[in-house]
Design a protein. Structure first.
Length: 234
């Protein structure tokens, strides 16, 4: 209940800030921080709290750096134009409160009680580290590539093996946290995160945004959409 109230208050306050800035995309930066809030208000396992804090802060700092000075993201601009004068209050429900609800569901493994470290915990931590590495390295490689090749499609580094190494990293992080939680009943958390990444707000939206870029169609034919594998011949 404390975590739910904290998330409700934080998302509502963030909504007010978004009205002032006329920028609903600040919700993206809060995504990782929301999990940190849940971890520190509802988490009982120091291991899970630490894992979530590292992941959430890294993601929030990276998105804040990436989005600085760019204005509102195109996805939110389209929603603003579509809803017109209703957007000021609809954004509270469609963006901020909905995000808070999703955070609460995905973060269910964080509420698991502490337990003796087991082999399954070790597997979970290893999977988490793989995911964190894919995210951090993939984001670094992409930022460096975009700085020197604006408008081009990156096909090297981790992006050679999957079109979305950062989303695959998120997938591994939350399945790793679930395994380390030792609480089978919380499996709905990583399932919802996987569905969001693969079917809703992750891969589909970015693919739609990228499909018109020169060379992207060939990149799609050669490269896995999500799970890493060696690229096919062009």
């Amino acid at each position: 209940m404390i975590a739910a109230l904290a998330i409700l208050g934080a998302t509502s306050l963030l909504w007010l800030v978004s009205l002032k800035l006329k920028d609903a995309s600040i919700a993206d930066i809060f995504w990782g921080l929301g999990f940190v809030i849940v971890a520190w208000t509802a988490g009982r396992s120091p291991l899970l709290i630490g894992m979530t804090t590292v992941w959430g802060l890294r993601l929030a700092l990276y998105l804040a750096y990436r989005n600085h000075g760019r204005g509102e993201d195109a996805r939110y601009r389209a929603m603003r134009e579509q809803n017109g004068a209703r957007w000021w209050w609809q954004s509270l429900i469609q963006v901020f409160w909905l995000q808070g609800l999703l955070i609460g569901i995905v973060a269910l493994p964080l509420t698991a009680a502490p337990h003796p470290f087991s082999i399954l915990d070790g597997v979970g931590v290893a999977l988490y580290l793989v995911g964190l590495g894919f995210e951090a390295i993939g984001d670094f490689q992409l930022a460096r590539f975009k700085a020197g090749h604006p408008g081009q499609v990156m096909t090297t580094g981790l992006w050679r093996f999957t079109r979305h190494p950062n989303y695959f990293g998120d997938f591994c992080v939350w399945w790793g946290i679930f395994l380390a939680s030792g609480a089978p009943w919380t499996v709905i958390g990583p399932i919802v995160m996987s569905f969001l990444l693969m079917r809703v707000s992750g891969v589909p939206l970015l693919e739609k945004h990228m499909e018109a870029r020169p060379g992207y169609a060939d990149y799609v034919r050669r490269t896995s959409a999500f799970f890493p594998r060696p690229p096919l011949r062009s």
